[in-house]
Design a protein around this ligand. Structure first.
Ligand code: BG6
Length: 465
């Protein structure tokens, strides 16, 4: 039996645009994920209804209670709270989240709130292209303060941005519609920098405004293995890790870009515009914990910088990393999910050890799960033993990391119920609870407990496996 520490928090996660629906109800405005999903609605579900949590939240929280969850990680939609992004507060938006938070607390579930999960209000894009403009930093600070003021008496655990390090690499999420790759990167790194400033302002505001409040980032975590033991490949793997995840945590931790990142930005003429006082701000904001989302690991080999691949070259070909230093390879030792994620529980143990060694802060997992098609049988069951296997192996890896000495606060799997996947609508499901809808058929939206629901319920009851 792998027993977990007695205060270990077992939970599950979601995000606003992926579950709520009610995309324009009670004053909410369109946000960037709405905009993007409407563009693609001919091929998949969009965010208009999603899992309809907005109208089912009581029933869903009752299921969370039945599951035995200690903690629920979810996000607040900025465009529900401040529909035009930086103006009037929408009291109906505040009411909705007050109801959700109160309902969670009545059911003994700790609310764990993410302020920003990919969902920039679209009016800010129309006004000044969102994060490209420094005004977005202050708009976000205002939104964060409204949340701390309205919910901080009951919500003590906060996350600022979900996966800033991944988000900025995806043009669609950042609403970068620039075909010239250099110009797109100028925007990208300015946006990234603005998000760092916003992160620091929100972190400080949380510490000032929320009594006993704790706040941290949620990073998209991975580890990159060298494809061979050639020293050049080891370097390639290290650089891939640094550029994809480590630089982001380093900025949060040290308040400045690490040397290799600064060098890259300078050499490629991408260094963002800064203002006096920024450095002090970035250095003043202290994370209380690190949350990490973990799905896969990568493997890399060295790609020499030459005429064909000069520093900073952009490759659309997925074999190349954005930075032109290294090539991403398949890891022949690992199986991949049907969507290509290399499944690697041991990698999770490595990531947890690595982050703890570097930052010595408590860690919590806020996403980890298997996205795949599920079959609802005629008897109304979902036999998802593949998901149980995946979760079991990853939970064991967390237990191993705890034995290695890592300070783990808890585990929130992705996801509590089926939700709108970022790219595959409802074809790719992650939930412990099946939501009875298809991409183009809303059916009855019934909630059906999968086999993994009952399995996780036992894990929580036993505080281990
Ligand atoms: C994470 C995001 O990157 O991955 C989630 O924080 C997302 O919002 C999850 O849903 C899984 O990705 P996908 O593309 O399968 O939905």
């Amino acid at each position: 039996m792998k027993q977990f520490p007695k205060d270990f928090l077992w939970g599950a996660s979601s995000s606003a645009f992926q579950i709520e629906g009610a995309w324009n109800e009670d004053g909410k405005s369109m946000n960037v994920p709405d905009y993007n999903s409407f563009k693609k609605s001919h091929i998949q579900a969009d965010s208009k209804v999603a899992s309809d949590f907005y109208h089912h939240y009581k029933e869903d929280i009752a299921l969370m209670k039945e599951l035995g969850m200690h903690i629920y990680r979810f996000s607040i939609s900025w465009s529900r709270i401040i529909p035009d992004g930086d103006g009037e507060v929408n009291t109906k938006g505040i009411d909705f989240y007050n109801n959700v938070i109160d309902c969670l607390i009545e059911n003994d579930i700790i609310p764990f709130v993410t302020l920003f999960h990919f969902d920039t209000p679209y009016p800010l894009v129309e006004k000044y292209n969102g994060w490209a403009d420094r005004r977005c930093v202050y708009a976000f600070e205002k939104f964060a303060k409204v949340c701390f003021e309205s919910f901080g008496d009951r919500v003590k655990l906060w996350q600022v941005h979900n996966e800033q390090n991944l988000m900025i690499r995806v043009d669609e999420r950042m609403n970068i519609e620039e075909s010239d790759s250099y110009k797109a990167d100028v925007l990208r790194y300015q946006m990234d920098y603005h998000m760092f400033l916003a992160h620091a302002l929100a972190t400080n505001a949380c510490h000032e405004m929320v009594e006993g409040g704790k706040i941290g980032p949620a990073v998209s975590s991975t580890i990159t293995y060298p494809t061979t033991n050639k020293p050049e490949d080891v370097y390639a793997a290290k650089m891939n890790n640094r550029f994809k995840t480590d630089y982001c945590l380093d900025v949060h931790f040290n308040g400045e870009y690490p040397g290799y990142f600064k060098k890259y930005l300078m050499e490629c003429n991408l260094f963002p515009k800064t203002e006096p006082g920024d450095e002090e701000l970035l250095k003043s904001a202290k994370m209380d914990f690190i949350a990490l989302n973990y799905y896969r690991t990568l493997s890399a080999s060295f790609l020499p910088v030459d005429e064909e691949h000069p520093l900073g070259t952009k490759h659309n070909d997925i074999d190349y990393d954005l930075y032109g230093y290294f090539k991403i390879d398949k890891n022949i030792n690992l199986k991949a999910s049907e969507y290509g994620a290399q499944i690697d529980p041991m990698g999770l143990r490595l990531v947890l050890n690595d982050y703890y060694d570097r930052y010595h802060l408590p860690l919590i997992i806020t996403e980890n799960g298997l996205g795949t098609a599920d079959v609802l049988t005629e008897e109304g069951k979902v036999h998802d033993d593949y998901r149980i296997d995946y979760l079991k192996n990853h939970i064991e890896a967390i237990h191993d990391a705890i034995e290695d000495g890592v300070d783990m606060m808890g585990y929130c799997l992705w996801s509590f119920m089926d939700l709108l996947s970022s790219h595959q609508g409802f074809k790719k499901r992650y939930g412990l609870v099946y939501v009875n809808r298809e991409d183009h058929d809303l059916k009855d939206m019934a909630r059906i407990k999968k086999d993994s629901f009952y399995w996780y319920q036992k894990v929580i009851q036993n505080n281990g496996l």
